[in-house]
Design a protein around this ligand. Structure first.
Ligand code: IMP
Ligand code: MG
Length: 182
């Protein structure tokens, strides 16, 4: 039994992910050249994306993490109730913040994070997100650096989980629906 057996379809291959992340890293390096930048990754889904992305960024930068909860157990939809379960170590006042997120679905999670970070008065806040599902969007959030727009399907791999597993798959795959509609 392998995790690969639970995948109905590979949506984005390892090669496609790598190519896109090289491009994102180049754009970020160019846009922030000569400036301070702090990458804030949202745990846990964005960790693999962050670790690949930061190695494609050629300018000095710092990283920090925050953890947010909006999902409960075996759910494929955000509860809409978002809370911080682990906060930043860094004081972001007057810093340029780049939020690194795995996926924007309804947008409620990122909206909450942005509103929360804005109260700390950073110099700027921008968004780098690997995936978005435009059909599911309920709040409008401008994404400065986007990897891929994907259809409205539940995906796992490359950091994204279902019920805390599948994060280690090296590609973005569609989970076989019978595994969660059950
Ligand atoms: P939102 O608040 O509805 O935008 O949900 C965003 C969060 O839901 C992301 O940070 C992910 O952790 C999670 N999420 C949304 N869609 C998926 C998916 O297809 N697979 C795995 N996690 C997802
Ligand atoms: Mg997430």
């Amino acid at each position: 039994m392998s995790l690969h057996d639970d995948i109905a379809e590979v949506l984005i291959t390892e090669e496609e992910l790598h190519k896109k992340i090289v491009e994102l890293g180049q754009a970020i390096s160019r846009d922030y050249a000569g400036q301070d930048v702090l990458l804030i990754a949202v745990l846990k889904g964005a960790t693999i994306f962050l670790s690949d992305l930061m190695r494609q960024i050629s300018i000095p930068h710092e990283i920090d993490f925050m953890a947010i909860s909006s999902y409960e157990g075996k759910s494929t939809e955000s509860t809409g109730v978002v809370r911080i379960i682990m906060d930043l170590e860094t004081n972001i006042r007057d810093r340029n913040v780049l939020i690194v997120e795995d996926i924007i679905d309804s947008g409620y999670t990122l909206q909450y994070i942005i509103e929360n970070l804005e109260t700390r008065r950073p110099a700027s806040i921008h968004i780098c997100c690997l995936l978005e599902k435009p059909e599911r969007r309920e709040v409008d959030i401008p994404i400065d650096y986007l990897g891929f727009s994907i259809p409205n399907r539940f995906v796992v791999g490359y950091g994204l989980d279902y019920d805390s597993i599948y994060r280690n798959l090296p590609y973005i795959g569609v989970l076989r629906p019978e595994l969660y509609t059950g």
